[in-house]
Ligand binder design. Structure first.
Ligand code: SF4
Length: 119
C-alpha cells in the first residue's frame, strides 16, 4: 500500500450516464448497477482525465492509501468506447480521434470570473 492520488466517484451524484468510461485510458471505470465504479484501484493512475467529462460533478481525486498503479495491467485492458461522447463542434466520436474531456459550461464560468475581476 502507498499513499497516492486516486479517483473518487460520488454515487449520490452519479446518474450512470457512462460518459466517464471511455476517457479513462486505463479502463478503470465501468458502469455497474447503474453507477460508475473504479473496478480496480491498481488500474487508476489518479490523473483525473475523467473529471472534466462528468456533467454531474461526481468525480474528483483524493490522496489516500491504496495499491500501486499497475501500468502493465492497465495497458492490457481492452479499450471501452462510449459512442455518446462526441466533439461538440464537429461531431467526431472518440473512435475517429482522441477527444479531450471538458465541461461545456467552462467558457461561461471563465467569462463570469473575468468580468468580476478588477481591472
Ligand atoms: S460521467 Fe459522472 S454521472 Fe456519468 S457515469 Fe460517470 S461519474 Fe456517473
Amino acid at each position: 500500500m502507498i499513499k497516492r492520488m486516486i479517483v473518487k466517484i460520488d454515487e449520490e451524484k452519479c446518474t450512470g450516464c457512462g460518459k466517464c468510461v471511455s476517457p479513462c485510458a486505463e479502463g478503470a471505470i465501468r458502469i455497474i448497477d447503474g453507477k460508475a465504479k473504479v473496478i480496480s484501484e491498481e488500474l487508476c493512475d489518479g490523473m483525473g482525465f475523467c473529471i472534466g467529462i462528468c456533467p454531474e460533478g461526481a468525480i474528483s481525486t483524493e490522496e489516500r492509501q491504496t495499491v500501486e498503479f499497475d501500468a502493465e495491467k492497465a495497458a492490457a485492458q481492452a479499450p471501452h468506447k462510449d459512442i455518446s461522447i462526441q466533439c461538440f463542434k464537429c461531431g467526431s466520436g472518440d473512435e475517429d480521434r482522441y477527444l479531450l474531456p471538458m465541461r461545456h459550461e467552462m467558457g461561461k464560468a471563465c467569462g463570469s470570473a473575468r468580468s468580476a475581476s478588477p481591472r
